[in-house]
Design a protein around this ligand. Structure first.
Ligand code: NAP
Length: 247
């Protein structure tokens, strides 16, 4: 067993990378709380596939950018399970536009959805985990948070902020033995990247030394490692999962 903890909350786990993170962690023996915002049916399908494989899972619907709802959700998990061992802040959105056309509200909407939500999750997790002197958090950032990207000033700022925020949480939490790390996926085959035009996709693939988009399972494995006891001496780290696109 790689995990001394017992349960995990994965935000945005109704599809894409989050759904795979939920399945990978359930296969490791953790009870998984599958968060979703609008995709209740999809979240139930993720739960069903975990139960079918002999794992443990519950769905929990809330909007991560609603601070009160996020706080209440963690409280209800702790009431149900007696604690929270791990958190993966995975939920994220894009609202791409060239900066010169982007309104302040459009910029802030992505900061709220991606960065503020992760802050609230980290803060609440630290309170709960700190009491037990046990736990770990992984925040799902992006290669774009490291490199920037034209048309994604809002998304890049949210994901870059997440990297620095995670290191700050790691420093505050280390005395209590709680670890905070980030993964920065490159281009992963999900609905988020499905919308790209074929010629744009080809252009990105030409820049990826491993010559392909990554699979959600490849991101999920990196996250499982960072949460696990095998990473007990790793905190404040930013782990790239990008096929060599940025070294
Ligand atoms: P996706 O397929 O678009 O799935 C996003 C998930 O997040 C969905 O389950 C969605 O649930 C949920 N979500 C969005 N906003 C939410 C909110 N406010 N509250 C609760 N849940 C919310 O995205 P993905 O490609 O799997 O990406 C997952 C994470 O990886 C994101 O943080 C993304 O930025 C990051 N990432 C992705 C890539 C990539 O190439 N795909 C690369 C780098 C980083 P609902 O459908 O219910 O709204």
């Amino acid at each position: 067993m790689r995990f001394m903890g017992t349960n995990v909350l994965v935000t945005g786990a109704s599809r894409g990378i989050g759904a795979q993170i939920a399945k990978t962690l359930a296969a490791e023996g953790l009870k998984v709380w599958i968060n979703y915002r609008s995709g209740a049916q999809e979240a139930e399908a993720v739960k069903a596939s975990i139960l079918e494989a002999g794992g443990r899972a519950e769905t929990i619907g809330f909007d991560v950018s609603d601070e009160e709802a996020f706080v209440a959700a963690i409280k209800s998990i702790v009431e149900s399970d007696g604690g929270l061992s791990y958190l993966v802040n995975n939920a994220g959105i894009t609202k791409d536009k060239l900066a010169i056309r982007m309104k302040g509200d459009e910029f802030m909407a992505v900061i709220e959805a991606n960065l503020k939500s992760a802050f609230v999750g980290c803060r609440e997790a630290l309170k709960v985990m700190g009491k037990k002197r046990f736990g770990a958090v992984v925040n799902v950032s992006s290669i774009v948070g490291e490199t920037g990207n034209a048309g994604q000033t809002n998304y890049a700022a949210s994901k870059g902020g997440m990297i620095a925020m995670t290191k700050s949480f790691a420093q505050e939490a280390a005395p209590r033995g709680i670890r905070f790390n980030t993964v920065t996926p490159g281009f992963i085959a999900t609905e988020m990247t499905e919308v790209l035009k074929p010629e744009i996709k080809e252009g990105f693939i030409a820049k990826i030394p491993l010559g392909r988009f990554g699979e959600p399972a490849e991101v999920a494995e990196a996250i499982a490692f960072l949460l696990s006891d095998h990473a007990a001496y790793i905190t404040g780290e930013t782990l790239k999962v990008n096929g060599g696109m940025l070294m």
